[in-house]
Write a protein that binds this ligand. Structure first.
Ligand code: UGA
Length: 442
């Protein structure tokens, strides 16, 4: 099928590359000329495992093409994805400016029926707004006889495994009242709907809400476990034992019940806040969501509190080693990363930070620039040199096996603050390390 994708961020680019790989003819459209030029050369602007080879391969076959020309994009696609950003505006609700701009662009250039897919995470009711916007523009142009459908088809991919998630989705939600549009999406996704039925057709608003409900449920699981971890701390229980004890109940499950120093990224924080705002506008007080959000804010300060309890409020003249800058492993994304709260709190108290991350150092430099109290180190070992303590903010695989000699040899004194519970407290205690973790006795 001929497909166009507006927006070459995580969602748009991954979806486009995966559809091209499955044999569809895909055009990606973005207003960022530099980005499109780079993509035409096969240079992928984000770190996402498996994405670059996919883009390169499909550029070569011309199943995947890039342009800044919206007209070309609209004319090409019988199916047109809107996958542009929806940043939070001042009150926390999703800003639909970019989505509606694309809707107007589609209306401006279309000359035959189109299926428009909302892929961006958008509040309930957005598909209707897109519908109204396109209809309004067509009327203005005197093209009222042109037909189109707007479908809500939310994505559920995770950064770091976006390509794999997109290739093997566990469900494909298709929100539409039109049988014809549903059939078109069934054809589009047929290559990904092999072993068992994954397509779930539903009404538009349910599809839109399902996306928020999924992310908010996962965020709730995390905040719940973070609260349990604090209780575990105080009663002398071990949250890791508790996790296994409850995860074994299939109604609870093992996933997303790891306590830590809070969830970050571009999705959970934004989506929880957006749904709180939506609920507020509807006149209800979303108590659960509000607590999930508050707990997460608090959790990002969890290690800071332990650090100041040990070293005092004034940290001037002290240097800390920080392993992990990205909000989670396998990405260079630092949006809403707990590491940022940590660094900013340390700096505010006069401390210096020596940081290492396998992927996010450039991103860190981009965000904070060059400053005296931040040193980005080439290896995890060099980050330790002369520091008061090691702080771990991201559970990268390469941090998981600890070289106790290297750590204790590098640091001024053997102290670790671990925000991801990577090590066995007893083993570290035996090695003479003061080990602070989340919700575990030490
Ligand atoms: C999330 C969802 O998992 C995807 O299904 C969804 O499509 C995506 O948002 C989106 O809306 O676009 P992502 O933001 O890439 O994906 O990250 P996750 O892997 O879900 O992790 C989110 C955060 O939760 C990370 O900071 C992670 O460290 C934290 N986390 C996760 C925990 O603290 N504990 C856990 O047990 C699991």
């Amino acid at each position: 099928m001929n497909v166009s994708v507006f927006g070459t961020g995580y969602v748009g680019l991954v979806q486009a590359a995966v559809l091209a790989e499955a044999g569809h003819k895909v055009f990606c459209i973005d207003i960022d000329e530099a980005k499109i030029e780079a993509l035409k050369q096969g240079q992928v602007p984000i770190y996402e495992p498996g994405l670059e080879p996919l883009v390169e391969r499909n550029l070569a076959t011309e199943n995947l093409q890039f342009t800044t020309d919206a007209k070309t994009g609209v004319e090409h696609g019988e199916i047109i994805f809107i996958a542009v950003g929806t940043p939070p505006d001042e009150d926390g609700s999703a800003d639909l400016r970019h989505v509606l701009t694309v809707a107007r662009t589609i209306a401006e250039h279309m000359s035959e029926p189109k299926i428009v897919i909302n892929k961006s995470t958008v509040p309930v009711g957005t598909a209707d707004k897109v519908q109204e916007t396109i209809r309004g523009e067509l009327d203005k142009r005197g093209a009222s006889d042109l037909t189109f459908n707007v479908v809500s088809n939310p994505e559920f991919l995770k950064e770091g495994s976006a390509v794999a998630d997109c290739m093997r989705p566990d469900r494909i939600i298709v929100g539409t009242d039109s049988k014809e549009a549903e059939e078109a999406l069934r054809l589009l996704y047929a290559p990904f709907n092999r072993n068992h039925e994954k397509i779930m057709a539903m009404d538009v608003r349910s599809a839109e809400l399902a996306k928020y409900a999924a992310n908010c449920m996962l965020a709730t699981k995390i905040s719940f476990m973070n609260e349990m971890a604090e209780i575990a701390d105080l009663v002398g229980a071990d949250i890791e034992q508790v996790r296994q004890g409850i995860g074994s109940d299939p109604r609870i499950g093992y996933q997303f019940i790891y306590a830590g120093i809070g969830y970050g990224g571009s999705c959970f924080p934004k989506d929880v806040k957006a749904l709180i705002t939506t609920a507020g506008k509807l006149g209800i007080a979303p108590g659960i969501l509000t607590s999930v959000e508050e707990r997460n804010q608090r959790q990002k300060h969890y290690l800071v509190d332990k650090i100041t309890a040990r070293f005092g409020e004034d940290l001037s003249g002290k240097t800390f080693a920080l392993w992990g800058l990205a909000f989670k492993p396998n990405t260079d994304d630092m949006r809403e990363a707990p590491s940022r709260v940590l660094m900013e709190q340390l700096w505010a108290r006069g401390a210096k930070v020596q940081a290492f991350d396998p992927q996010a150092m450039e991103e860190c430099q981009r965000i904070y620039g060059v400053r005296d109290d931040l040193q980005l180190c080439g290896t995890k070992e060099s980050a330790l040199a002369g520091a008061e303590a090691l702080i771990i903010a991201t559970e990268w695989q390469q941090f998981k096996a600890i070289d106790i000699k290297a750590v204790t040899g590098g640091l001024k004194a053997p102290v670790i603050f671990d925000g991801r519970n990577l090590y066995e407290p007893k083993q570290l205690a035996r090695a003479g390390i003061d080990y602070y973790c989340v919700g575990r006795p030490h």
